[in-house]
Design a protein around this ligand. Structure first.
Ligand code: ZN
Length: 177
């Protein structure tokens, strides 16, 4: 099921997500909804809080359009180590549509997480995977990629999205279907 995305400046995005206690059928169903929502957007990563669920869970798929799907689910992900070398990537966010900016983060990290069978793993990530995992794990702590930009840039983006939200509220409600 595709779920509605939570969009800036919704305060839900600033919530601290809680650890998943048991990987059960509900968690597996949630992960499949998250993947479906991410593919529909389309995006390459999605945290549960972006569909309003404050649980420490995220999904990632870095496969390009012409490649077979390669979904990955990370439950209770935790960054164990961060490399010294920085990397700059242009980032975007499904909760901040149509806004992109370069963000500097460590180029390589190690991450522990639990999979859909409840098994614990540890991986090393670099390149795009390192960026996406850091971006998504930030979401679990209520942090957005715009928080890594200058205050000037961040304030500009927040103002723009507040204005958009106000305009949407004022618009007359239309009957659909
Ligand atoms: Zn995001």
């Amino acid at each position: 099921m595709i779920r509605p995305l939570v969009i800036l400046p919704d305060p839900v995005l600033r919530k601290l997500s809680k650890p998943v206690e048991t990987v059960d059928e509900d968690v597996r169903k949630l992960s499949s909804d998250m993947l479906e929502t991410m593919y529909d957007a389309p995006g390459i990563g999605l945290a549960a809080i972006q569909i309003g669920i404050p649980l420490r869970m995220l999904v990632v798929d870095l496969a390009r359009e012409d490649e077979p799907k390669s979904p990955a689910v990370f439950i209770n992900p935790e960054i164990l180590t961060r490399g010294d070398e920085p990397n700059v990537h242009e980032e975007g966010c499904l909760s901040i549509p149509d806004y992109y900016a370069e963000v500097e983060r460590p180029a390589a990290i190690t991450v522990s997480y639990v999979d859909l069978d409840g098994r614990k793993h540890e991986i090393e990530a670099d390149g795009m995977m390192a960026t996406v995992l850091q971006h998504e794990i930030d979401h679990l702590d209520g942090v957005l990629f715009i928080d890594h930009l200058s205050k000037l840039k961040r304030d500009m983006v927040v103002r723009k999205f507040k204005k958009l939200a106000r305009e949407k509220d004022k618009a007359p409600t239309r009957m659909v279907g």
